[in-house]
Design a protein. Sequence first.
Length: 332
Amino acid sequence: MSASTFQVERTAVYEPAWRTAAPPLGQRGNRFTSLTSTVPKELVHRASVAEVLLTDWERVDHSRFTVSAQWPRSHSFFTPVAGTYHDPLMVVETIRQIGSLLGHAEFGVPFGQHFLLWDLSVTVVPEHLQVSRTPASLDIDVSCTEVRRRSGDLGGLNYEAVVHRAGHVVATGRVSYTCTTPAVYRRIRPPHTLLPGHKPLPLTAPVAPQSVGRVSPTDVVLSPTGTQDRWQLRVDSLHPILFDHPVDHVPGMVLLEAARQAASAALGRSSLLPLNISGDFKRYAELDLPCFIEAERLHDGAPGGEETVAVTGHQDGHLVFNSTVTAAPYIG
C-alpha cells in the first residue's frame, strides 16, 4: 500500500466513543487507578487474557502517551533466556500490543479492521532485562511520529517506544503499520484464504529444539530442508501463543520467532540473547504454501563480541520478509 495515498498529519486529540459512552474514567484508561489489571484483550488483538501484557495507558498530549505493562517471571512460550533474561521477543510483543491499543482506544479504529505490520525494530539493554523475584513492572513512553489518515480515519501509524523498568531504560522500539477496512482486505487477499475451510499445510517435523534455543519441539517454527542455514517455516496453526486466535496468514510474530531461531542455529547457539531484532515485512506469508527461511552471518565481529545474522523468508519465489538479529556475546 502506497504511503502517497495517505495524508500525513500531526496527531489530533481524539476521544473514542467507547470511552465517552462509559462512566467517566478520569484521565487514565483504567477506572480503578490504585489497582492493576490488564487492558481489554480486544484492544490488543488477543483472545486469551493471559497473553495481554499491557495494564494501562494515558494520553500525555496530541502525539505522546504513557503505557504501563507487566512481564511475568516466566511464560509458557516467552521463556527466560538462559534462565536469566526476560525474552526479547516478549519485549517485541509488548511494543506490538501498544500499536493495537492506541489504534483502537485513541485513534478510533473500529473493531474488525485489519492492522498491517510493515516494519518493526526493538533493541534491549541486557543489564536491565534480568528476571528478578517479582514480575517486571514497566512504564513505556510512546511517541507517535507519523499519523496517516484517509477520509478522516486512521490509515496508518508510526510510533516509537522507550521502555523503562525501575527508572532504567530496558528497551527501545519503533513500529510502522497501516489499517484497512474489511472490504479492502477482501480485495487484497486471495479469496480462498478467507473461506471457513481454508487449511494450512500439514505440520512438518521440527528441527532439534536445542539447536534453535528451544526446549519443547512444539515451540519450534523451523523444519529441516537438508541444506545448511535453510529451513522450511513450520506453521502450527494450533499453537496457543503464536496463533492465539484464527487468522488467514502467518502472523508477523511467527516470522520474527523464525528469525530468532534461524539466528540461533546459524550461530550454533543453544541459548541466544538478541540485543536487536528487526523485521521488514513485504507481503503476507500464506498458510497453505511452503515458506523457506535462510540465514547468513553478516560478520564475525570481535572474538567473544556481538554477532549479526541476516534472515530472509521467501514463498513461491517472492520475498516475504527480511530481518536482522544481533546477538549478545555467548551466554552459555
